[in-house]
Ligand binder design. Structure first.
Ligand SMILES: Nc1nc2c(ncn2[C@@H]2O[C@H](COP(=O)(O)OP(=O)(O)OP(=O)(O)O)[C@@H](O)[C@H]2O)c(=O)[nH]1
Length: 384
């Protein structure tokens, strides 16, 4: 009898659409299935990996750079080989593409893999309901990505009114004809839709429709693969995007950081990471997410042994990364100033702490298990 092959699912979607949130949901709701997660982060600070580490059976962070730019596919192959080793007992592999990755390139790499243990398991495209129109206007290639998707998740459905949601579902159904389009909040989709162990006939059909020839064919508007540029030392970025990684061990001054965030330039589309304020009463770790106009802090305890650092990744287009770095540096405080600060200095930040009434499961995206950093630091050693 033929050996079962491990499906490799690509989880794609624009910056901040909710891929990590969905991945965490899958990891929590995997039941008896073992998920091998591959996280393709930006920048030298691996925020996404930190956010899922500790919840994964076998954690691989691809580290720097955009996968779709890898000229040499051997790195992904190597990671897939390791996850697909029988000893790892993995049932499904999910690759979370970076928010600017070209899913077509990733799919091509999976289909071209010589590993007999894996099979391409489909593309899940995550869409931010609140940002869809804006993202689509700025990134017409989104339509093509949706056309490749086997499943579209209209995430952040909680952020739009019902009428708008209905319109969006109709638009998406037109862009991904015949494919399921699911509204979801906080990535809560039924994992069964993504990875039943034996793919259903319809999914097989969908995958078959996407042949290698389809993928390598030049569809006319794909200038993407050739116009990448090195944004900085930390990796490849989509042309016109720049990123900045910022790390500080000094506490951040809440008021200055809030001023910085409140006046962030519109091109600074995405900020994610962790902030240390260390003001009395607010000594927790504050996970920070900004997506477009959306800004939230999620306080949670520091893990035991976790290094108390501020670590941020900023991604945007037309941004002056050096000026932003200087502004962030100016938000640092001395330890003594933080200790002497009154609780009222946190009020501005607390305005952006997620309201418990919001639908999110706070566990889903800001509490890596204790030791998560250690997992990352030793990621070469986490293999079973
Ligand atoms: N209101 C709302 N917020 C959500 C939902 N899903 C995710 N978020 C929030 O959106 C922000 C970004 O979510 P992530 O899961 O980190 O997004 P991502 O696609 O992994 O982001 P990148 O890795 O930067 O591309 C976080 O603050 C999440 O809590 C949702 O359904 N509703």
């Amino acid at each position: 009898m033929a050996k079962r092959q491990i499906p490799v699912i690509v989880l794609a979607g624009f910056l901040g659409s909710g891929k990590t949130t969905l991945l965490n949901h899958l990891l929590r709701r995997a039941g008896g299935s073992r998920i091998g997660a591959v996280v393709n982060d930006f920048g030298s600070v691996e925020i996404d990996a930190m956010t899922v580490a500790g919840q994964v059976d076998s954690m691989v962070s691809l580290g720097n750079g955009c996968l779709c730019c890898a000229v040499d596919t051997s790195e992904l192959d190597d990671y897939l080989d390791r996850l697909a080793r029988p000893a790892a007992r993995i049932d499904v592999i999910v690759i979370e593409a970076s928010g600017l990755a070209e899913p077509q390139e990733l799919i091509r790499m999976i289909l071209a893999s010589e590993n007999q243990h894996i099979v391409y398991g489909g593309l899940v495209e995550v869409v931010d309901a609140a940002e869809f129109a804006r993202t689509r206007a700025a990134h017409p290639e989104l339509d093509r990505h949706l056309g490749l998707a086997d499943l579209v998740v209209l995430n952040k459905a909680d952020r739009v009114a019902e009428a708008e949601r209905t319109d969006l579902l109709a638009t998406l159904a037109g862009l991904a004809p015949g494919r399921p389009v699911l509204p979801a909040s906080y990535g809560r989709v039924d994992p069964e839709l993504l990875f039943d162990r034996r793919p259903r006939e319809d999914r097989l059909e969908a995958v078959r429709q996407l042949s290698f020839e389809d993928l390598v064919a030049d569809d006319g508007d794909d200038d993407h693969a050739h116009d990448h540029e090195h944004a900085d030392h930390s990796g490849h970025l989509h042309a016109a995007y720049d990123s900045l990684s910022f790390v500080a061990d000094a506490p951040m001054n809440p008021r200055r950081l809030l001023d910085f965030l409140d006046s962030r330039p519109p091109g600074l589309y995405r900020i994610k990471g962790f902030v240390r304020f260390d003001v009395p009463g607010s000594r927790q770790k504050f996970t920070l997410h900004a997506v477009g106009d959306f800004l939230r802090f999620y306080p949670s305890p520091w893990a035991r042994d976790e290094e108390r650092l501020t670590q941020l990744v900023l991604i945007g287009s037309g941004i002056d990364t050096e000026a932003l770095r200087k502004e962030l540096e100016a938000c640092r405080d001395t330890e003594a100033a933080a200790q002497a600060a009154g609780e009222e200095t946190m009020w501005g930040v607390l305005r952006y702490v997620q309201d418990p009434e919001e639908q999110g499961d706070p566990q889903e995206h800001h509490e890596p298990a204790p030791g998560a950093h250690d997992d990352l630091g030793e990621r070469a050693d986490v293999w079973p």
